[in-house]
Design a protein around this ligand. Structure first.
Ligand SMILES: *Cc1c(COP(=O)(O)O)cnc(C)c1O
Length: 392
């Protein structure tokens, strides 16, 4: 037997903490039925997966240019139109590449002259960067502090106003509204990636309501969808007919033309479309967006109320009007390590409560998307209370 070297005190402490952590077993009666609380990819309901196994599976491995898959696309487009209150003249346009691809699609195919972008987190800032493309005038960027937000401002000469309805990196919501005093013909672009299907809104108050299906729509990533107004469709046609260079993959005109035929420029993920169709129909059958909105409100309110009455947690977003009903961010007191809580939860099957990586706060972030039952969120706060009591 070799002689055991004494551990340095800080290493011994770290080791003992690790041992305590891995020992914490959350009692089964406190656990949620579904332990997935991530902001995307997010929980997929078992009923969607069951439907996929029976009906969806028949479409797998068949051509996206033939009727069965084109009908699936049509089902998605019509379901989304119903969910979004069927605004007159609007169309559902889609393409490959997720919301990140759509930022470049929009800068090539919708932006001209000067844009104004509202930024108070990672996602808003990424779109603002796309709107700073060399063929455009440098945008006005309204930079707010993460955890709160400022407002868009009517500005002469601005032809695009861009903002995220839900800033997923911080859990801050922005209402879908037009701006009095904006130039006539200015378009409003709403990044609804994590809001669509979870927050009710007036579609006439925006021109491009775009998102990807791996958040409230409980599907998988890789596609983008945009509810486009007649004015946005017209702008896209006009820019496509101009002499601007537009890569084919990022061509909004290509996406519009293909979407009208229930197709995409290149091959889409059929399973993603199927899971999305199931989720959209589920929402429509249960009462549509108003129903979805009430679910996310109830689930998020539970978390905010819990944090406000807790002695060790506080909502990160101080202004209740800025608090998101689909992504809840909770700060913890300095003497409690949120990362340790997230690790213990993960070891017990409750996953993806870690904060947005670049925000760097002592925080948990919880998605309260439409698929999440209030009862699971109630169990989650019981789990957190239990873990904190065990960490001492
Ligand atoms: C997730 C997210 C994105 C990125 O979506 P991808 O489909 O991964 O490109 C963009 N904006 C917001 C607000 C998001 O939540």
């Amino acid at each position: 037997m070799g002689q055991l070297l004494p551990l340095k005190p800080e290493r011994a402490l770290r080791l003992s903490k690790l041992l305590v952590m891995s020992d914490i077993k959350i009692p089964a009666d406190l656990l949620p039925i579904d332990g997935r609380f991530g902001c995307g990819p997010s929980r997929v309901r078992q009923a969607q997966l069951d439907a996929f196994a029976s009906e969806g599976a028949k479409l797998m491995g068949t051509s996206h240019r033939q009727a069965p898959v084109k009908n699936l696309v049509k089902r998605v487009q019509e379901g989304l139109m119903d969910l979004f209150h069927n605004p007159e003249g609007y169309e559902i346009v889609m393409g490959n590449g997720g919301s990140t691809a759509f930022w470049d699609v929009a800068s090539f195919g919708l932006a001209e002259g000067k844009a104004q972008a509202l930024v108070h987190g990672e996602f808003g800032s990424k779109f603002a960067n796309s709107l700073a493309a060399p063929w455009l005038t440098a945008p006005t960027v309204i930079n707010g502090t993460p955890g709160s937000r400022l407002e868009l401002q009517a500005e002469a000469g601005v032809s695009i106003y861009a903002y995220a309805q839900n800033e997923t990196s911080t859990g801050v919501v922005t209402p879908v509204e037009r701006l009095a005093g904006a130039d006539s013909g200015a378009l409003f672009l709403t990044d609804a990636t994590s809001a669509a299907g979870g927050i009710d809104f007036d579609p006439l108050a925006t021109d491009v309501y775009y998102f990807a299906p791996q958040k409230n729509f409980a599907s998988d990533g890789g596609l983008w969808f945009a509810l486009m107004s007649p004015a946005a469709l017209e702008r896209a046609e006009r820019i496509a007919a101009s002499d601007r260079y537009i890569p084919e993959f990022l061509s909004l005109k290509q996406a519009i033309d293909n979407s009208r035929l229930n197709q995409t420029l290149n091959t889409p993920a059929i399973s993603t479309l199927f899971l999305l169709a199931e989720q959209t129909d589920w929402m429509n059958e249960n009462g549509g967006l108003a129903w979805a909105d009430s679910r996310t409100k109830a689930a998020s309110s539970h978390l905010y109320d819990w944090a406000e009455s807790s002695s060790f947690a506080t909502p990160f977003v101080a202004n209740p009007e800025h608090r998101s009903q689909v992504v809840v961010t909770i700060d913890f007191n300095d003497d409690i390590d949120a990362a340790t809580i997230a690790k213990v939860l993960r070891a017990n099957g409750v996953v993806d409560t870690e904060p947005y990586r670049k925000l760097g706060r002592n925080q948990l972030r919880v998605a309260t998307f439409t698929a999440t039952d209030l009862s699971d969120v109630q169990q989650l706060t019981k789990c957190i209370d239990f873990v904190v009591s065990q960490l001492g």
